[in-house]
Design a protein around this ligand. Structure first.
Ligand code: NAP
Length: 314
C-alpha cells in the first residue's frame, strides 16, 4: 500500500552514482546551537564539509562557530544568527548564506538540513501572527528551501533533508485550524508539524522530478537525549521529557544517519523517510500525495511565496 501510494515519486538517480568523497560539500544546518543540529554540524565539519549553521541566540551562535572552526579548521564553518520563527528572518538568513558562499568562492549549496525545531506547551503567536511550533517547525523549512533554491540548483548532487519525527504517527491535520488555535495541545501541535515535514518532503520531491540531481528526504533521528523538552514546556512537559530523555541516545549517535542523507547516495528506489541510513515507512497520511499538495498550497498562501518563481512548479 505504502509503496503504491508513493510510486509516482520513485525516481532513479540519473546524477552521478556516488558523491565524490574528495569534494568539500557546502551544507546548511538549521538549529546548530544545541542537540542534534550541533552534533550534526560537528560531524560534518570533522569530515571536511563547509558547514553554515543557523541559530537564534547570538552568543550560542558565536560559541558554536568558534568551537567548529577551532576543532575543524579545514571546514572553516560559519554560524548565522536568525530567528526562524519569522519568514522575514528566514529570507535574511538565506541572503546571508548566499553572501557567505560567495565570499568562499562557492557558487553552490550542496545540502540544506531543516533541523531547527521547538516544542511549546502554550499557544504562542509570533510577531508575524503564526503559531510558534508551526512557524519554526514547518513554515521555516518551506521558506528556507525556496529562498535557497537558486544555490541548491547549482549543486551537482543537492539535498534537502528535513528532520521529522516518529511522533508524526497518528497525527492528523485540521484543515480549518492548521495552527491548532482551538483547544490547543502542545503535543498534538508538535505532532502535526512533524507530519507536515513529511508531506512537505513528499510534495517537494514531486516538484523536483525534473531535477534528478536534487533530492529531498525526511529523517527520523530516533529518540535523542537533548534538552528540547525542557525549553518552552510546563512542569508536566518537563517531567515527561526527563523520563523520555533517559531512554534516548546521544545526539552524536543520531548524527551519522542524517549525514548519510547529506553526503551519500541512498540506493534506489527513492524513499521519503529514513532512520540511520535505512528507509522506514511513514504513516499512511504522510504518504498521501493529495494531502501533500493541499498543504503546499496552504503554505504558499500563508507565506506569500509563489513556488513557480523558484522553479518548483506544481
Ligand atoms: N530529541 C528527539 O528525541 C527528537 C526526536 C525526533 C525528532 N526531533 C527533531 O529534531 C530536531 C532537533 O531537535 P533537538 O532534539 O536537537 O532539539 P534542541 O536541542 O532544542 O535543538 C533545537 C535547535 O533549534 C534551534 N531553534 C529553536 N527555535 C529556533 C528559532 N526560532 N530560530 C532559530 N533556531 C531555533 C535551537 O536553538 P537554541 O539552542 O537556542 O535552543 C536549537 O539549536 C527538531 O526538529 C525535532 O523536532 C527530535
Amino acid at each position: 500500500m505504502g509503496i503504491a501510494m508513493i510510486e509516482p515519486f520513485i525516481r532513479t538517480f540519473q546524477a552521478k552514482p556516488f558523491i565524490e568523497s574528495s569534494m568539500m560539500r557546502s551544507v546548511v544546518v538549521t538549529g546548530c546551537t544545541s542537540g542534534i543540529g550541533q552534533a550534526l554540524t560537528n560531524y560534518l565539519a570533522a569530515r571536511g564539509n563547509f558547514v553554515i549553521g543557523i541559530g537564534r541566540d547570538a552568543r550560542k551562535c558565536a560559541a558554536t562557530e568558534k568551537a567548529m572552526t577551532t576543532k575543524h579548521p579545514a571546514g572553516l564553518g560559519r554560524v548565522i544568527t536568525a530567528d526562524l520563527s519569522k519568514v522575514s528572518e528566514v529570507r535574511r538568513a538565506a541572503e546571508e548564506i548566499q553572501q557567505v558562499l560567495g565570499t568562499q568562492g562557492k557558487p553552490s549549496l550542496d545540502a540544506l538540513v531543516n533541523n531547527a525545531g521547538v516544542f511549546s506547551s502554550w499557544y504562542i503567536t509570533t510577531s508575524e501572527g503564526f503559531e510558534l511550533q508551526f512557524a519554526v517547525n514547518q513554515l521555516a523549512p518551506f521558506a528556507l528551501t525556496h529562498f535557497l533554491m537558486p544555490v541548491l540548483r547549482q549543486s551537482s548532487s543537492g539535498r534537502i533533508v528535513t528532520v521529522s519525527s516518529g511522533s508524526h504517527q497518528g497525527a492528523k491535520l485540521r484543515w480549518n485550524d492548521l495552527q491548532r488555535s482551538r483547544r490547543y495541545s502542545g503535543l498534538a501541535a508538535y505532532q502535526s508539524t512533524k507530519l507536515m515535514n513529511l508531506l512537505f518532503t513528499l510534495e517537494l520531491s514531486r516538484r523536483l522530478q525534473a531535477t534528478p540531481y536534487l533530492q529531498a528526504y525526511a529523517a527520523d533521528p530516533g529518540l535523542v537525549a537533548t534538552d528540547m523538552g525542557f525549553k518552552g514546556t510546563d512542569w508536566i512537559g518537563k517531567s515527561i521529557w526527563a523520563w523520555r530523555k533517559r531512554q534516548g541516545r546521544t545526539p552524536e549517535e543520531s548524527a551519522p544517519g542524517l549525514a548519510f542523507l547529506v553526503n551519500e547516495n541512498p540506493p534506489p528506489p527513492w524513499s521519503l523517510y529514513w532512520l540511520d541510513g535505512k528507509p522506514i515507512t511513514p504513516s499512511r497520511l504522510a504518504q498521501d500525495s493529495q494531502t501533500a499538495q493541499r498543504l503546499w498550497k496552504e503554505l504558499e498562501r500563508m507565506t506569500g511565496i509563489n513556488s513557480s518563481d523558484y522553479g518548483l512548479v506544481a
